[in-house]
Design a binder for this molecule. Structure first.
Ligand SMILES: Nc1ncnc2c1ncn2[C@@H]1O[C@H](COP(=O)(O)OP(=O)(O)OP(=O)(O)O)[C@@H](O)[C@H]1O
Length: 453
């Protein structure tokens, strides 16, 4: 913390005077108490002359004196100054619960500076995108272990196992519920293997109609069937030659295709549909499933011999609800990712949302978390995601029973959530919130105290 730092003075001096920002501070009457050199230079005034004057007499179109009165921060506000528009932040300064002034920062001195920065960033993003595309073209695997966020023991164990098995050429079966990140792990294995410079090819066995699956996997020659394209088509096995083939949702693979895949894996040879020739292929198989293959075997829907072939190493990815330590960090990471993409400034989650995230069961795992945050980012009117920004059907989900949770605890948490929601709805007006919930003011205040709100 800044206060504990032995260099407190130096840090403050550097932030205020040496960084390239413009700072202004006013007292609770709007009188100027501080203006750094950068600001003086920007508006062309002498520091000594400015101090003690009302901020309106020094800075054109300022709203610092208004922020002192409203107590409401103004972020990235556009202010006309010196013949141009600057972008400014104004934040009220509180001491012991009372407004004692306000601090202003100039983010960009004119819109040109902002546009320059904007196009610089766009340029960098474009460059990254090109590198990504190149990488995808080269191998098809874009994610590495580094992209898998979370530090729970359960996740770390999986990452350790991935590191161990990647370098060998063994087949890996990734098991886990939908949305747990199996595809990210498959990419990571490929990246860490000696095949990383070779293609990573994915096929989603559930997404391709049964009659097309074989031609997708093994390819076909010209004229193999009506509708076959001229010149034929390479199959995923041929495309993955030298690299990795990721068979996603392998539990949905039809039995016919299973027999053929097994043959390719045993013999290292593939035969395109309509071809008499066999072709040597060298692929490493990574398969993923969210279905219990052992049960499918019992029901004669999955071949035992293929199971043994692909199940050399089995890695189970735990569902999100079993690694709740990861939820906050993944949620923050996803919030950053989504806001960067959408350009909307949303910086945090309300404490009640964080709590809700921790006790929700996440049947759709990280994918569901990502969808929920994406929708909340678009719906929110503030820079912080609140409970009411979450999808309605989620808000209707009461606390899910976890082992050891007493009824009293559930009721308390629900009550706290309801109070927080009510407060947020009426702009923190306690009288209105009490009315909204149909409780007396005194009992409402008691509850606020109880929950530290
Ligand atoms: N630990 C994580 N860190 C960051 N993003 C993650 C993590 N786990 C999953 N994701 C993201 O969640 C989404 C779902 O992941 P992925 O497609 O890998 O899941 P899956 O287990 O393969 O799902 P399915 O079985 O439905 O195919 C993706 O957008 C992925 O980037």
């Amino acid at each position: 913390m800044l206060l504990d730092s032995p260099y407190r003075e130096e840090i403050i001096e550097t932030v205020f005077e040496k960084s390239n920002f413009c700072f202004v501070v006013v007292d609770n009457q709007g009188m100027l108490t501080y203006l750094n050199d950068n600001y003086c230079e920007f508006i062309d005034v002498e520091k000594e002359e400015a101090f003690g004057k009302h901020v309106e007499d020094v800075i054109e179109n300022t709203r610092m004196h208004i922020v002192v009165k409203t107590g409401i921060e103004e972020i990235a506000d556009i202010q006309y100054i010196r013949g141009n528009y600057m972008i400014a932040n104004r934040v009220p300064l509180y001491s012991k619960g009372k407004i004692v002034g306000a601090v202003g920062t100039v983010l960009y001195r004119d819109t040109k500076e902002w546009m320059k920065m904007n196009s610089h960033i766009k340029d960098l993003l474009l460059e990254i995108e090109q590198y990504r595309k190149k990488l995808i073209n080269q191998s098809g695997a874009i994610y590495s272990l580094h992209d898998i966020v979370g530090s729970s023991d359960q996740l770390n164990k999986v990452k350790e196992k991935i590191k161990k098995v990647s370098s060998g050429d063994v087949s890996v079966l990734l098991k886990g519920d939908s949305g747990t990140g199996k595809e990210l792990f498959a990419h990571s294995i490929h990246h860490l293997s000696e095949r990383s410079a070779k293609p990573f090819i994915k096929i989603n066995c559930a997404a391709i109609p049964e009659e097309l699956l074989e031609s997708e996997l093994f390819g076909y020659v010209e004229g193999a069937f009506t509708g076959a394209v001229k010149g034929g088509k390479l199959g995923k096995f041929q495309l993955a030659d030298g690299g990795t083939l990721f068979l996603d949702e392998i539990g949905d693979m039809p039995l016919n295709a299973q027999v053929k895949i097994l043959r390719v894996l045993q013999e290292g040879e593939v035969e395109a549909i309509g071809s008499e020739k066999v072709q040597k292929v060298d692929v490493r198989i990574i398969a993923a499933t969210n279905q219990p293959l052992e049960q499918l075997i019992e029901e004669n829907r999955f071949r035992k011999d293929l199971f043994y072939r692909i199940n050399v190493v089995q890695i189970k990815i735990p569902p999100l609800r079993e690694r709740s330590e990861d939820i906050r960090v993944i949620a923050n990471y996803l919030l950053g990712k989504i806001t960067r993409r959408s350009g909307k400034r949303v910086v945090d989650f309300d404490e009640s949302v964080k709590e809700f995230f921790m006790q929700y069961q996440w049947p759709g795992n990280v994918r569901e978390l990502e969808n929920v945050i994406e929708s909340a980012v678009h719906l929110t009117n503030s820079d912080t995601i609140k409970l009411e920004d979450l999808p309605e059907q989620m808000q209707a989900t009461p606390f899910i029973l976890k082992q050891g949770t007493s009824l009293k605890e559930i009721m308390n948490r629900t009550e706290k959530q309801a109070i927080e929601q009510a407060l947020n709805k009426v702009n923190k007006d306690r009288t209105k919130a009490a009315k909204l919930l149909g409780v007396s003011k005194s009992s409402f205040y008691e509850k606020l105290k109880k929950y530290g709100l």
